[in-house]
Design a protein around this ligand. Structure first.
Ligand SMILES: Cc1ncc(COP(=O)(O)O)c(C=O)c1O
Length: 433
């Protein structure tokens, strides 16, 4: 039996920002925040803004709220609490992590050219500090028969030749923040374990976590990070470390504090208390809005499939458009981050023309009739152009102009509606002809 549809009206009513005419389609940059998260932050600062760990009543309450935040964050990825740490951003967490690791000179690390720079720069720097060799992982036209320049993927097949007895560390992304392509992390971990059982595997899940449920232990990774501000929550991020990963790290904490958990080693005076305390508001939402967390994520998948099917169908129908990433709307292979370029048009100019095309009141409904969107003339589309910090991907893999305008990106999440996508397509039709 097919899962029930996502309760979209109920969902949208929970996001204060969605009550405006702005259509939010830059969600891979940052999602909108749940009203309950805003309330939790307000409440914490209003009633409980004291130091943790003291014996007086307010401090006990604050400590409890903070601990509940950590517990909810760990449960969200089905991981033990001592295996996670919360910090300001994924970029910062990876950077801090890189200062805890050291490898013998001459060892090899494998870095992907499909990644956001957050999961590259710290490791390049680590390689320089420790005299390691960087091996770049990218699908290669010269060696792969099935290579498609506009749809590059990280696979066990293109990883295997890079692995050697000297490999100590491998980093890649779960989903690309430009291509939307989902990588099979479990299969990649299996390949790494088979060739180099000691190597550490670090995965950036920032572009994946807003779209799918995560069971991190099933993935067999050593480090895994995502950012809550893209998962409908506050501006903080979370890192997981496996037992092996944790063991390989030295502690950056004070000498007189513990060093057994990831928070001990990397917590560095704790995450922002009011933001950590707001995490249960996000995870409660996942559990309650559709009846259960499992059901929520199943319904999200179904809804996202509808959204990307519509947009991809339009884009593939335009001969001048090249979709970057999977053209298939199957939600097992991609998330709703859709990027493309247009022959003969600059990415910036297209996005700015869509900005000017604001005010679409009418969308063509699937039955071919005009439908009133009920948003008056002021509807504005929030899409974006650029390399989105995946500069190596844009220039060295996709072959886009160096320091150019990159791609046009439309990044949808579960609170976007079919009508929003239909009206965006209408805007593209007017702009692209
Ligand atoms: C795939 C990916 N990784 C990492 C980051 C960096 O996340 P943060 O802003 O939390 O450092 C981003 C941000 O856009 C991203 O899209």
């Amino acid at each position: 039996m097919a899962a029930a549809a996502l309760p979209i009206d109920e969902i949208r009513s929970r996001f204060p920002a969605l009550q405006q005419a702005q259509v939010f389609l830059d969600n891979a940059g940052g999602s909108q925040t749940l009203g309950s998260v805003i309330t939790a932050i307000h409440d914490y600062l209003t009633k409980n803004n004291v130091q943790l760990g003291a014996s007086y009543t307010s401090s006990k309450l604050s400590t409890d709220l903070y601990n509940k935040g950590y517990k909810a964050a760990a449960e969200h990825i089905h991981a033990p609490e001592d295996s996670i740490v919360i910090g300001p951003s994924t970029t910062q967490l990876f950077r801090n992590l890189s200062y805890t690791l050291t490898f013998p000179a001459g060892s090899e690390i494998i870095l992907s050219k499909l990644d956001h720079e957050a999961n590259v720069a710290s490791w390049v720097d680590l390689a320089q500090r420790c005299n390691l060799t960087v091996k770049w992982w990218l699908p290669d036209q010269s060696t792969e028969r099935s290579f498609n320049k506009s749809n590059p993927k990280l696979t066990p097949e293109n990883l295997s030749p890079l692995l050697s007895s000297k490999t100590v560390f491998v980093a890649c992304t779960h989903a690309s923040n430009i291509l939307g392509t989902i990588h099979d992390i479990k299969a990649l971990a299996k390949t790494i374990r088979a060739h180099c059982p000691e190597a550490l595997f670090c995965v950036d899940a920032v572009a994946y976590a807003p779209h799918r449920q995560v069971r991190v232990v099933d993935l067999d990774v050593d480090f895994y990070s995502f950012s809550w501000y893209k998962v409908y929550g506050p501006h903080i991020a979370q890192l997981y470390a496996s037992t092996r990963g944790l063991k390989a790290m030295r502690s950056l904490g004070h000498y007189f504090n513990g060093s057994s958990s990831l928070q001990d080693k990397l917590g560095l005076a704790g995450g922002s208390y009011e933001l950590v305390a707001a995490i249960p508001a996000v995870t409660d939402y996942f559990c309650k809005v559709a009846g259960s967390q499992n059901l929520f994520w199943t319904q999200v998948k179904g809804h996202e499939e509808q959204l990307q099917k519509l947009l991809l169908a339009y884009l593939t129908s335009n001969d001048r458009v090249t979709i970057l990433g999977e053209q298939d709307h199957n939600t097992d292979v991609r998330v709703t981050t859709v990027s493309f370029i247009v022959q003969g048009r600059r990415s910036r100019e297209v996005v700015e023309a869509v900005d000017q095309a604001a005010g679409y009141k009418q969308a063509i409904l699937s039955d071919g009739k005009d439908g009133d969107m009920g948003l008056g003339e002021s509807r504005q589309f929030g899409i974006r152009w650029g390399h989105f910090y995946s500069k190596r991907l844009c220039e060295e893999v996709l072959g886009l102009e160096k320091d150019g305008e990159g791609v046009i990106r439309v990044s949808m999440v579960h609170y976007n509606t079919v009508e929003e996508v239909q009206s965006l397509i209408e805007a593209f039709r007017q702009v692209l002809g």
